[in-house]
Design a protein around this ligand. Structure first.
Ligand code: NAI
Ligand code: 15L
Length: 275
């Protein structure tokens, strides 16, 4: 937990989507200091059930009316729900593409002014690992999943320009307890740094639509966050402490996408058949 959290005035009610997922379960505990009530939502069952200062609303992001009910009464949305890996387009369509539209349209209707959107490095996955990017680099999505996150970033941009709803889109690298492979030595985002980034995304006064790469202070990083400096995000962790353990793994072949592309294996996923 970041040291500044206790000094910040909590929101009355925050909504976290994807709350039953890998990051959702981590954030469920860490976001509690930022809200009087944390509304937790997922299509999956929430375990454990709602505790003090929590409420659970089960909801399919593909269901427009359910999402509109879900968003009513919240002050800000941390949108982490959806399909989180490469899958056939039809699976991604409902959860991620319709889902992000439903979230923003519900935010407009209910007067919610701030969204934190879990985007992904797979928006730029087809860049090579020796290329350096910033927030203005053209996107190169590496699949339907990356395309859906690209669409989400555009949705955020549009709802700011048209309706004044502010968003921080976090292009998360790889947020897990520790980096699982060599690629993640560059893309790893610790849970503490993710929490700090969400805190800055909620509390920075004017963000418009800000795009920030969610990455820790790793030795070799492909992404420059200079254009998001106003967030004041200062990652504290580094993948370096895991380097020896990761480098004990066998080296993948030189032509393996995991050694070439920023998106790693995602660039080679699919096709998923003609059905
Ligand atoms: P996850 O797959 O563990 O969690 C996603 C959650 O969304 C799941 O609990 C799932 O039940 C829920 N969900 C799926 N379809 C839904 C629907 N139609 N309606 C409501 N809920 C639905 O993924 P994880 O790792 O926790 O990631 C969270 C978010 O962060 C995702 O949006 C993912 O794309 C994004 N992200 C995560 C990264 C990581 O390294 N963990 C990297 C880049 C982005
Ligand atoms: C993502 O977007 C996924 O949600 C996560 O499961 C990882 O695959 C991550 O990217 C990554 O690229 O390591």
């Amino acid at each position: 937990m970041t040291s500044t959290s206790s000094a910040l005035r909590p929101f009355n009610r925050l909504l976290l989507t994807g709350a039953a997922g890998g990051l959702g379960q981590v954030l469920r505990e860490r976001l509690l200091p930022y809200a009087n009530v944390l509304r937790l939502s997922d299509i999956a069952e929430m375990a454990p059930p709602a505790g003090p200062h929590e409420e659970v609303v089960r909801c399919d992001l593909a269901d427009k009316h359910a999402v509109h009910r879900l968003v009513e009464g919240v002050d800000a949305i941390i949108h982490f729900g959806g399909v989180s890996v490469e899958r056939p387009f039809e699976e991604i369509l409902g959860a991620n593409i319709c889902g992000v539209f439903h979230i923003y349209e519900a935010a407009r209707r209910h007067g919610v002014k701030r969204v934190v959107f879990a985007s992904s490095n797979h928006v730029i996955g087809f860049y090579k690992q020796d290329e350096k990017l910033d927030a203005h680099s053209p996107r190169r999505p590496d699949g339907y999943y990356g395309l859906s996150k690209s669409y989400g970033e555009d949705m955020a941009s549009f709802y700011f320009d048209r309706h004044g709803i502010e968003t921080v889109s976090i292009r998360i690298g790889s947020s897990f307890p520790e980096p699982a492979n060599r690629r993640m030595l560059s893309t790893w985002l610790s849970y503490d740094d993710l929490t700090q980034l969400i805190e800055r995304s909620l509390y920075t006064p004017e963000v418009g639509h800000t795009l920030v790469y969610g990455v820790s202070d790793n030795r070799e990083v492909w992404w420059d966050n200079g254009k998001a400096a106003h967030l004041g995000f200062q990652p504290k962790d580094s993948s370096e402490v895991f380097r020896a353990k990761v480098e004990a793994q066998p080296m993948p072949a030189a032509d393996d996408p995991v050694r070439i592309y920023q998106g790693g294996a995602f660039v080679a996923a699919g096709p998923f058949g003609d059905d």
